[in-house]
Design a protein around this ligand. Structure first.
Ligand code: GDP
Ligand code: IMO
Ligand code: MG
Length: 416
């Protein structure tokens, strides 16, 4: 019986999970998403061709791999249908859990209306209805993918939900569709998706029992986790490795190697504290060179230095066996690179991550930069100062670096 290896984001998302899942997936039989929704945006480059994925797992570019969307995902039918048309013959290659909750158009409308009401206190969500869809699930008023198989009944259930929640829709000034339009929409989703909806828990168990290689693909990142992230500036799912068990129906004993994906610097999209954010030319250079624009919303990402305190914390939280250090090439040409090695909080120096990052001042160590690592595929090709940077990250985060990425392309990757 095999174990499922796991890929998890260690910072605030967009670390480069898609690239690594795609790279590793060439050797896996099954790739599974366990949480999040179409708020995720995973960009993959293969031989100069760009793929942008939101709900479809990043194993889709291995024609032999089976892709699973687990029960912990909130599924927007329109979004996945749009994504699926990019690929031929998906029948038998992609499966959606019958227990995954539906993220329907009214969830986005509620999300956007709430954000607008919050004004300057907005979370800066992707506006994709993720919070409202998960809230309905926890509130036990959500609708699950299995219901798509009977659109007439689902339509009745959704209309009943609108009636029960009329006060909320009215207060937020959100218009609900009429029954006839809703039914037509649900029938169309049903026709296109029903054949992919199944009991995926058993499928994953069967794959592990048959000694197949299974890879779990995290979305978002640890610092956006609903419990462990910078609440309330977080997403609404459990983004940490433990969440993958719940989101697929696995036990902790089913988990194999855990790889944490980290950028060689830090980015964040949306609002909330970010201690190492850099407002100088350095931050701007990272944004320009790293093309730090969100795949899902097109928003610019805030940029700053590598935060070793946060990464050490996240590595422990996820049980990382190794880190995959992404976008090392983006730091090419910097004379000096900073690493945050401790925080100052209320005049005291600490080396652990406090629950609230709001008033944290980063304490930096300077590291000598290098000319270029772009496209390197062997550790020995790296300049000595780049090697020193990697080694210092290992020391500070108490985790070995097992993979280094030096360009967006699949093959520009160093496996140690
Ligand atoms: P994800 O959400 O974690 O999958 O990450 P995204 O795909 O949203 O963002 C990562 C971005 O960095 C994408 O545009 C990737 O193509 C790009 N990328 C990944 N690895 C590297 C790398 O090593 N170097 C550079 N320059 N870009 C990279
Ligand atoms: P991937 O998988 C980066 C952020 C949003 C916002 C907060 C809440 O590509 O790494 P939500 O719409 O989830 O309610 O927004 O979470 N966010 C992400 N940031 N990468 C992501 O996914 C994200 N998914 C959500 O910007 O700050
Ligand atoms: Mg992304």
């Amino acid at each position: 019986m095999s174990k499922a290896d796991l890929i998890v984001g260690i910072q605030w998302g967009d670390e480069g999970k898609g690239k690594i899942v795609d790279k590793l997936a060439q050797e896996y039989d099954m790739v599974c998403r366990s949480q999040g929704g179409h708020n995720a945006g995973h960009t993959i480059w293969v031989d100069g061709v760009r793929y942008a994925l939101h709900l479809v797992p990043s194993g889709i570019l291995n024609p032999k791999a089976i892709n699973v969307i687990g029960n912990g995902v909130v599924l927007n039918p329109e979004s996945i249908i749009k994504e699926m048309v990019q690929f031929d013959d998906l029948e038998g290659r992609i499966f959606i859990s019958d227990k995954a909750h539906l993220n329907l158009p009214y969830h986005s409308l509620i999300d956007q209306a709430r954000e607008k009401l919050k004004g300057e206190n907005a979370i800066g969500t992707t506006g994709k209805g993720i919070g409202p869809a998960y809230a309905d699930k926890i509130n036990r008023v959500g609708h699950r993918a299995e219901e798509l198989k009977n659109p007439v009944q689902l339509c009745k259930n959704v209309m009943a939900y609108f009636k029960e929640n009329k006060v909320i829709f009215d207060a937020l000034d959100v218009a609900v569709p009429n029954e006839a339009d809703l039914l037509e929409e649900l029938k169309s989703y049903s026709e296109q998706l029903s054949k992919f909806i199944t009991n995926t828990t058993n499928m994953v168990w069967d794959a592990l029992d048959a000694d197949k290689k299974v890879l779990l693909e995290g979305a978002q990142g640890t610092l956006l986790d609903i419990d462990h992230g910078t609440y309330p500036f977080v997403t609404s799912s459990s983004t940490v490795s433990a969440g993958a068990c719940i989101g697929l129906g696995l036990s902790p004993k089913d988990i194999g190697i855990v790889t944490g994906i980290v950028k060689a610097y830090t980015t964040r999209v949306g609002n909330g504290p970010f201690p190492t954010e850099d407002f100088t030319d350095a931050g701007e250079t990272m944004a320009d060179v790293g093309k730090e624009v969100g795949t899902t919303t097109g928003r610019g990402r805030r940029c700053g230095w590598f935060d070793a305190v946060a990464v050490k914390h996240a590595s422990r939280l996820n049980g990382c066996d190794q880190l995959s250090l992404m976008k090392l090439d983006v730091l090419d040409g910097f004379e000096t690179i900073k690493i945050c090695v401790a925080y100052e909080v209320n005049g005291e120096t600490i080396t652990y991550m406090p629950s609230d990052l709001t008033n944290v001042i980063p304490i930096y160590e300077d590291i000598k930069g290098w000319d270029s690592v772009v496209g390197c595929r062997e550790f020995d090709q790296l300049p000595q100062t780049a090697k020193d940077y990697v080694i210092r990250i290992e020391e500070l985060t108490n985790t070995k670096v097992g993979i280094i990425s030096t360009s967006p392309e699949r093959e520009d990757t160093i496996i140690l």
